[in-house]
Design a protein around this ligand. Structure first.
Ligand code: F6R
Length: 607
């Protein structure tokens, strides 16, 4: 979704803004723009398409002079991607310039209101009403102007604002859209995301909804809605700059796949203490856990797929019922939950609009909310009652890999934590824990065996469709495998619970159909093998994922991929890596723009 950056300091702002926008590219965008104070005037450049276009027309930012500015990458919602619709937007007299992330829900009403007052609009965007409202309300006090404007807006926004009569500073506000303030040495920033300015600072302030932020090169002031100067939560991040750069890999996605052994190691190190699991910010008593009647897992996309594995794991090991829902469904379903339900919200970014709304809905029912989030200081991390931070480090590729894997692992660790509280910490508890400690090596082994996957990718990359089948955890894996493949390679991929095939889908199977059969569970192997036989009989090419040595499927499978053998319950952690690599190499063979798939955004901050 849109990305915002703002800079005030002693350096030329435009090259720095462009650099920051490059770091926000991963969020997804289709146009971009920057505005700086140049000799007391607001000067602006905007371009449709890739950032290179903006880079070119501004000569790397050199054509815009000035030390204070704002920048934006736009992911179109209202109005097509075009130079006119891209941000910054300026007000009628040119006194204000605004960049915006989020959606102004009542923009039509405001547009009509302002049109009746004689304002004209150039773009089709919802954002232009913000800048025109600033113009409309402006008398002399800028704070009053911003406050009145905010009072009129419904929806979500993070805004960067330049006012021509305030050339030594910029302003910013947020409501329900991500925005951090970065504190540098004689320079200050705002950004939608930490990686945008990680090169310059690791110290951040997290503003609250409707705070007004005023930044110049020397200081940043935050005012609450009563116009009182306030101190807001500070954050020191330990992410390193390299982790937000490609470091020689052709794509972030491949780099992030390779980072998984380390991400797993960091996740384990953060909470496994001998044979106990202790989370830094989760301290449940045995009494609390014993009283739980239900867990409710809520998430979107891959995080939802991770949640399915969590559901199976927790139900099996804790014998507590676990319901799972897509956040976008949960929020409108009138869900049944109460104080004896623990709601677990899973989100890599911590900024997914539907997951935020679902979390708030769960709270209104009295449910305690535990967030599993990768981005420290994100909205979900801040609003949840308890938080477990996954230790994936910054994830830049749109398609999640290490984010997803650390979610799966964290859910398994949560299951073990809860089972320990319930006194269910017997033989399997210890086996799982031992295997989890060995996971970094097992994940590395899958990565080291990538050659076989590259060969398979070069054989099958031309296929138009692919099916992923499995049972239990393997079904959850199939869902993730299909999503990964379709989002980055644009191959139409479908996933099915293997037992469901003959209830309809099998009519799609014909000579040459490509079927990935996930058979990593001993318990369900025979059943899934029968399903593989059903598709093979109808002409499908079956590629089977199995535990090392479990090759009885050779009668049905054209190719077998053997994975490090672990308990059925822990196998998703290695099988997922294999599916990620397969999707990656197939997409690479098709020449796709892997890190920035069409129409997708990393952080889905609108409903
Ligand atoms: C797929 C992918 C998405 C996200 C989904 C939720 O590769 O990345 O499906 O999993 O948009 O995002 P978060 O986890 O940030 O809430």
């Amino acid at each position: 979704m849109c990305g915002i950056i703002g800079y005030a300091g002693g350096k030329q702002a435009a090259p720095l803004l462009l650099d920051g926008l490059k770091m926000l590219e991963y969020r997804g965008y289709d146009s971009s723009g920057i505005a700086v104070f140049d000799g007391g005037e607001i000067k602006m450049s905007k371009a449709k398409g890739r950032l290179e276009n903006l880079d070119e027309i501004t000569d790397g930012g050199k054509k815009l002079h000035g030390v204070i500015g704002i920048g934006h990458t736009r992911w179109a919602t209202h109005g097509e991607p075009s130079d006119i619709n891209s941000h910054p937007h300026v007000s009628e007299t040119g006194r204000f310039a605004v960049v915006h992330n989020g959606i102004i829900e009542n923009y039509i009403e405001i547009r009509e209101f302002l049109t009746a007052k004689g304002f004209t609009f150039k773009s089709q965007t919802d954002t232009e009403v913000v800048v025109q409202l600033l113009e409309y309300y402006h008398k002399d006090d800028i704070f009053e102007t911003i406050r009145k404007t905010l009072n009129k807006l419904k929806g979500s926004y993070a805004l960067g604002i330049l006012a021509a009569f305030e050339p030594n500073r910029f302003f910013a506000v947020r409501k329900d859209s991500p925005l951090v303030i970065g504190l540098g040495k004689n320079e200050n920033f705002i950004a939608s995301d930490i990686p945008a300015v990680l090169k310059y600072t690791r110290t951040f302030i997290l503003p609250e909804d409707k705070d007004i932020i005023v930044a110049d090169g020397k200081s940043v002031c935050v005012y609450n809605t009563n116009h009182e100067l306030v101190e807001r939560e500070r954050l020191n991040v330990d992410w390193d700059v390299e982790s937000a750069q490609k470091n020689g890999y052709p794509h972030f996605m491949l780099k992030e796949i390779h980072e998984q052994p380390k991400a797993v190691e960091q996740t384990v190190a953060s909470c496994v203490k001998g044979d106990k699991i202790e989370f830094e910010n989760v301290k449940y008593s045995a009494g609390f856990v014993k009283k739980l009647k239900k867990l409710y897992i809520i998430a979107c996309g891959s995080s939802y797929h991770a949640g399915m594995i969590g559901k199976y794991f927790i139900e099996r090991n804790c014998r507590i019922p676990v319901e799972i829902d897509l956040a976008s469904e949960f929020r409108y379903r009138r869900p049944i939950l109460d104080k004896d339900t623990l709601t677990v919200v899973i989100s890599q970014s911590g900024e997914t609009a539907d997951s935020i709304a679902a979390m708030r809905e769960a709270k209104t029912h009295g449910s305690r909310v535990l967030a599993i989030v990768n981005v420290v200081g994100s909205t979900i991390a801040r609003e949840a009652d308890d938080v477990i931070i996954t230790r994936a480090g910054p994830e830049m590729a749109v398609a999640t890999t290490k984010g997803y894997l650390t979610q799966v692992l964290t859910l398994q660790l949560l299951g073990l934590y809860l089972s320990d509280k319930l006194g269910l910490n017997g033989e399997s508890y210890r086996t799982y824990l031992e295997e989890i400690k060995r996971l970094p090596t097992a994940v590395q082994e899958v990565i080291d065996n990538k050659e076989q996957l590259q060969i398979l990718a070069s054989t099958y990359f031309g296929n138009d469709t692919a099916f992923f089948i499995g049972r239990g955890n393997d079904y959850a894996l199939a869902l993730e495998g299909a999503l990964k493949l379709k989002e980055i390679s644009y191959i139409h991929a479908e996933s099915y619970a293997a037992g469901e095939l003959k209830h309809g889908t099998i009519s799609l199977i014909k000579e040459g159909s490509l079927v990935f059969a996930c058979l990593t569970s001993d318990e369900l192997y025979d059943k899934a093998q029968s399903n593989a036989e059903e598709v093979k009989t109808r002409g499908a090419d079956v590629i089977a994922l199995v535990k090392k040595g479990h090759t009885a499927i050779e009668k049905q499978a054209k190719h077998i991929i053997e994975l490090p053998a672990l308990s059925d319950e822990i196998m998703p952690c290695v099988a997922a890596v294999c599916l990620q690599l397969l999707a990656y190499y197939i997409a690479a063979a098709r020449g796709c723009d892997i890190d920035k798939p069409r129409n997708l955004a990393k952080s889905v901050t609108v409903e």
